[in-house]
Design a protein around this ligand. Structure first.
Ligand code: ADP
Ligand code: 5GP
Length: 218
């Protein structure tokens, strides 16, 4: 393949974002942990937050836990791709890491709330938006209590906000019901694989050019 064709192919292979949203406690983290090892070239984006760590959460792995001042600084310097307030705490996606990954052709998966997803859709219309639904509100309540890592008031706030979040599902591209984890995992994996095969994301002009070149060779 010629250098020119190669470079066009590289341009076309920029990565893309997969945004996963759904009410707190629905199983986003559980699902992400199940899917990440199964898909090559899939990278999780660690968010920043001003909420305190839950027991067992690790700075830099689960979140970058920031003070209000640190978060303000990042907002002022334009270092977030998106950020939003969720039940009294702020959460944001660091921009530099995302750009770096997209330049490398990676698929970046993010766990952001419905406000963040709307900002990402506006900034990057090619992003793929996936909404994770609970099988029932009763089960959502069971899971969030079962996790047992939030205060009573934090749980109450998350459950009451959940009703509002569910209505946003119509703005998403895909919906998955997290009933059986294995099935939800298969579905998310399939979505990512299918999205990678889209003609608009592929390097088909370069491939066709190389097939034509090959055809000319006796
Ligand atoms: P989120 O990241 O959406 O806030 P978590 O991944 O922390 O939610 O999951 C909340 C709780 O629900 C955890 O205790 C987790 O083990 C449980 N859970 C997640 N998915 C399922 C599932 N498919 N079936 C039963 N329990 C689940
Ligand atoms: P939790 O405190 O339960 O970890 O997360 C609360 C909510 O914040 C969840 O709905 C989660 O999707 C959302 N969230 C996590 N990281 C980000 C982020 O970087 N940006 C936005 N907008 N929301 C986030």
């Amino acid at each position: 393949m010629s250098a020119e064709v190669m470079s066009k192919a590289a341009n076309r292979r920029r990565g893309f974002l997969v945004v996963l949203s759904g009410p707190s406690g629905v199983g986003k983290n559980t699902l992400l942990n199940a899917v990440l090892p199964l898909v090559d070239g899939l990278q999780y984006s660690v968010s920043a937050t001003t909420r305190p760590p839950r027991p067992g959460e690790v700075h830099g792995r689960d979140y970058f836990f920031l003070t209000d001042e640190e978060f303000d600084g990042m907002v002022q310097r334009g270092e977030f791709l998106e950020w939003a307030e969720f039940v009294g705490r702020r959460y944001g996606t660091p921009r530099a890491f995302i750009e770096e990954c997209l330049d490398k052709g990676l698929t970046v998966i993010l766990d952001v709330d419905i406000q963040g997803a709307a900002q990402i859709r506006a900034a990057m219309p090619e992003a793929v938006l996936v909404f994770l639904l609970p099988p029932s509100l009763e089960e959502l309540r069971r899971r969030i209590y079962g996790r047992g890592k939030d205060s009573e008031s934090a749980i109450a706030e998350r459950l009451s906000w959940a009703q509002h979040e569910l209505a946003a599902v119509t703005d998403y591209d895909y919906v998955i019901v997290n009933d059986d984890l294995q099935r939800a995992c298969d579905q998310l994996r399939s979505i990512i694989i299918a999205e990678r095969c889209k003609v608009s994301r592929s390097d088909y002009p370069a491939l066709i050019a190389s097939l034509r070149e090959e055809g000319k060779t006796p």
